[in-house]
Write a protein that binds this ligand. Structure first.
Ligand code: HSE
Length: 417
């Protein structure tokens, strides 16, 4: 039997899906166990420059109402109209393969329930980690485990920017422009550099691992725009690098989840410290497996298309909804009861301070228990940097407020992984 596919969107990922599909069609069909073809590619307006002109379609209803279409690939991004289209397709008994992390992070529980009611699937391997298999391993291969911890570099663009700034001396803007040119960055790159994209991705992984929808609005999220080359130099002296880290951990006693996205100092010994450029790394700790590391290209046309097509294959193979890929919705009240307040959790932090006078160093030594001072080239006399003992962000902010009153200003603050 021939199963027909429709692709919604023909940007970087959509065109990559068509390209990889036609390049590897024979082996893809073999793995799917049936013949497959792309019947439609939905675009909002005509695009005479695109190949596959015979498949381009500007009318979504034609696709939604065509009984020959079994699988719909959604690679438009954003919530609307993707949400409306996906919902309609599921209700019309078409399975979905999507790369849309915003859609899954914001509407995942609802869409998974609609898929189940209609005995079809919504699969989203490409929504986290680009070409890295992580969604399927998490709910299938690691299914025997309680997941204790997930830590990852989940955004290719910011990792690319940080690597280029450190290694090639590129400015932030130059590196961001290059990431956009290579098709890594979001249409609005503030989603990358402000940590929002990584936040959506860790929410998807945490929802899958812990069975309840974790909504991004309840997760503490910081980006990389405030990082400076000076912080990078001090990090090196400390023995590590700065990475944008997304992490979710379940406390064994309270069963509450601590989840956050922020730039963090990662020690050279950590496997995540060597994840550079557009690569992503995700370290999952299961209670039976211990650490499992996933590594690969986290963004880009073909890696992302690879994950989307793996979902197309699974959609083609599945006669009904895949039960293990599921989580329940969670009200605002429930979210507050299952997510730890990050401001109360003790962490160590790197601080860079500007003293009003060198003799204030004694006070710093007293408050922070004789910290080892870090050094960098051309360090101004009154600038100091060091790593604090454990404080909650709330406590540390209180200390910094008091220091400010004495003329000691904060130049940089990054927590340790
Ligand atoms: N902008 C995203 C990133 C694309 O850089 O990781 C892949 O999700």
């Amino acid at each position: 039997m021939m199963k027909k596919i429709a692709i919604l969107g023909c940007g970087t990922v959509g065109s990559g899906v068509a390209e990889v599909f036609y390049k590897n069609r024979t082996s893809i069909e073999q793995k799917a166990g049936c013949q497959l073809d792309i019947k439609y590619i939905y675009v909002r307006r005509p695009h005479p420059e695109l190949p596959w002109q015979d498949k381009l379609c500007t009318d979504f209803d034609t696709i939604a109402n065509d009984p020959e279409v079994h699988i719909v690939v959604e690679v438009m991004g954003g919530i609307e109209p993707a949400y409306r289209f996906v919902k309609t397709c599921l209700q019309n008994k078409k399975s979905i393969a999507t790369a849309n992390k915003e859609l899954i992070a914001c509407k995942g529980a609802e869409l998974l329930a609609i898929a189940k009611q209609n005995h079809v699937n919504i699969l989203f391997e490409a929504s986290v980690g680009g070409g890295i298999p992580i969604i399927r391993p998490l709910h299938q291969c690691l299914g025997a485990n309680e997941i204790d911890d997930i830590q990852g570099i989940l955004n290719g663009t910011t990792n690319f920017i940080l690597t280029k700034m450190i290694r090639n001396g590129m400015s932030f803007q130059q590196a961001l422009d290059k990431a956009s040119e290579l098709g890594y960055a979001e249409a609005d790159p503030s989603a990358d550099v402000d940590g929002i994209d990584a936040c959506r991705k860790i929410c998807i992984l945490a929802s899958l691992a812990y069975g309840k929808h974790i909504y991004p609005e309840y997760v503490h999220c910081e980006g990389i725009t405030h990082l400076t080359p000076q912080d990078v130099e001090y990090a090196k002296d400390w023995g590590g690098v700065i990475k944008l880290i997304a992490k979710a951990t379940r406390c064994p006693q309270t069963r509450k989840i601590s989840i956050e996205v922020a730039p963090m100092l990662v020690a050279d010994e950590s496997q995540l410290s060597t994840v550079d450029d557009v690569f992503n790394g995700i370290l999952v700790t299961g209670d039976a497996t211990g650490d499992v590391l996933f590594y690969g290209k986290g963004a880009g046309k073909l890696p992302t298309a690879s994950s989307v097509i793996s979902d197309v294959i699974d959609c083609a193979k599945s006669a009904d909804t895949i039960d293990t890929l599921y989580w329940e919705d969670c009200t605002a009240q429930e979210s507050a009861s299952i997510i730890e307040n990050w401001e109360l959790l003790p962490v160590q932090s790197y601080l860079r301070l500007q003293l009003a006078d060198r003799c204030q160093l004694e006070k710093i030594r007293e408050i922070f228990s004789l910290p080892v001072l870090l050094a960098r080239k051309n360090q101004p006399e009154n600038e100091i940097a060091f790593v604090t003992p454990y404080f909650s962000p709330e406590q540390l902010n209180g200390i910094l407020e008091n220091l400010k009153k004495e003329g000691i200003s904060l130049l940089g603050k990054i927590r340790l992984l």
